[in-house]
Write a protein that binds this ligand. Structure first.
Ligand code: FAD
Length: 449
């Protein structure tokens, strides 16, 4: 048993590692306890291919710790959605203005760079150490080594709980404090990862600079590019019913369904049957809780405080923005009680807002993106934005390409919906979408926002 004084972070995932860099750079002695082995040595297969969309809020935090250039080299810009219809025909739609993009980055690759940098700045990361218990009042952690089963007691000055959606640190607040609010809600759909390998001669088998979507109403397949020419595909699909993960239970049924539903994707996935039956089916959860802090001893951050579903590509970006906000608060305040309290009160409305937006965006991605009314609405908004940029920023851009708080984005998005409902109900809007009549309604609507 060892006893030391320090700042402790639970979890060396994306947020824990980034936070370790920020705190170490400020001169704190930081120790991180991570349940998994060191992925830089073990090179887990999952660490290689799974990718995430990084956008402006994430880049801001990355810039702050000085690794923007390094990450840019391994980030693939995706300038828009490539929609694949049931016949295999495709159509491309920009996400924002021409040069605006979200970036596909390898989750494992990014995590490794962040851990390297955290260690370079003096943080120590202890792997195979699962956080088991926290004495909240005294900030003492108990970890168990996953191989030797040896227990260690760690005396911290304060603890940051960055151990993800199923955080042990959060459970401690739930079990040991009064009036801790907690809810988890699962979608009826889950997900499975599949792969489109690189072409035989190397290179990409589909457009590289796009996020590919096969929207099919109640479900969808998406694909993001990797640096090696492959694409990581994710099937978001109901657990039960027809069709569902439960109903596609033989190779024949699954292949028939894929051939009928995603014909152009199947032709690019030689290992489809193996991957479909070998890869796990995972669930999609939203976790809301509050408070996030226990006095000045423990603060939840990242998914530990607010796990969301992935349809706005914002979970990591939101967790990285948490780190930026905390870093700003540490500049303003010296008292940790105030830092923790200001943090949880300023971030909670934003976490709730992005959780709501993320669930909404599932419907948009799996269904609406292929509908002519949706495409027309986007065209009208985009035209109005380019004429009056200070009056109208489309919701996707507010969330992805701006620093506007998620809570404000949600509120403004709802107001925009009201205006657009009026616009879309104009008889013959298909032919009048760029008319003065439309512009007048939007200008009036924008004035009232
Ligand atoms: P995690 O990344 O989960 O890290 C938590 C760490 O804590 C892990 O290393 C874990 O091993 C460790 N840990 C857990 N329990 C313990 C314990 N008891 N003791 C010690 N260590 C422990 N976000 C985006 O911004 N863009 C995207 O495109 C995107 N796509 C996604 C796609 C999918 C399918 C999913 C599921 C999520 C996606 N996300 C995306 C969300 C993103 O993955 C998370 O928001 C992000 O990983 C949160 O980082 P974190 O560090 O808080 O948690």
């Amino acid at each position: 048993m060892t006893i030391q004084k320090q700042i402790v972070i639970t979890g060396a995932g994306l947020v824990g590692s980034l936070l370790a860099i920020m705190l170490s750079k400020r001169g704190f002695k930081v120790s991180v306890y991570e349940r998994r082995p060191d992925m830089r040595k073990e090179r887990m297969s999952a660490g290689r291919s799974i990718n995430l969309a990084l956008s402006d809020r994430g880049w801001k935090a990355i810039r702050r710790v000085g690794i923007e250039e390094e990450i840019r080299k391994v980030a693939i810009p995706m300038y828009g959605r490539m929609i694949h219809d049931i016949k295999g025909d495709t159509a491309f739609y920009n996400y924002g203005e021409k040069d605006q993009a979200i970036y596909s980055v390898s989750r494992g690759g990014l995590n490794c760079v962040l851990m390297d940098l955290a260690e370079k700045h003096g943080a120590e990361i202890f792997f195979n150490e699962r956080v088991e218990d926290i004495d909240l009042k005294n900030a003492v952690l108990t970890t168990e080594n996953t191989s030797t089963k040896a227990k260690t007691l760690i005396q911290a000055e304060r603890i940051f709980g960055a151990d993800g959606g199923f955080a042990a640190s959060r459970l401690q607040l739930q079990l040991k404090t009064d009036r801790f609010n907690y809810s988890q809600s699962y979608l009826d759909a889950g997900y499975k990862e599949l792969t489109i390998p690189a072409a035989d001669a190397g290179g990409f088998r589909m457009e590289k600079n796009a996020l590919h979507i096969w929207p099919r109403g109640q479900y969808m397949l998406i694909a993001l590019p990797n640096m090696d020419g492959s694409f990581t595909c994710t099937l978001f699909f109901p657990f039960e019913g027809v069709p569902s993960f439960a109903s596609l239970d033989t190779k024949e049924k699954m292949l028939r369904f894929f051939n009928d539903t995603f014909p152009d994707a199947v032709s690019l996935m030689p290992d489809l049957a193996t991957l479909y039956f070998e890869n796990p089916t995972s669930s999609l959860v939203t976790v809301r809780c509050f408070p996030w802090a226990f006095k000045d001893k423990l603060l939840l951050i990242g998914d530990a405080a607010h796990a969301i579903v992935p349809f706005f590509g914002q979970g990591m970006n939101c967790g990285f923005e948490d780190c930026t906000v905390l870093d700003d608060l540490m500049n303003e305040e010296k008292d940790w009680n105030r830092i923790f309290s200001k943090f949880e009160h300023s971030r909670k409305p934003d976490a709730d807002a992005i959780a709501e937006l993320a669930v909404q965006n599932f419907i948009e991605m799996r269904d609406l993106v292929s509908k002519p009314e949706f495409i027309l609405r986007k065209k009208i908004e985009s035209r109005f934005h380019s004429r009056y940029p200070e009056k109208w920023l489309p919701l996707y851009s507010m969330v992805t390409f701006s620093e506007k708080s998620y809570a404000e984005a949600l509120k403004e998005g709802k107001r925009q919906d009201c205006v657009m409902e009026k616009v879309m109900s104009i008889p013959g809007i298909e032919t009048k979408w760029d008319s003065e009549e439309v512009e007048k309604i939007m200008l009036e609507g924008a004035e009232r926002m």
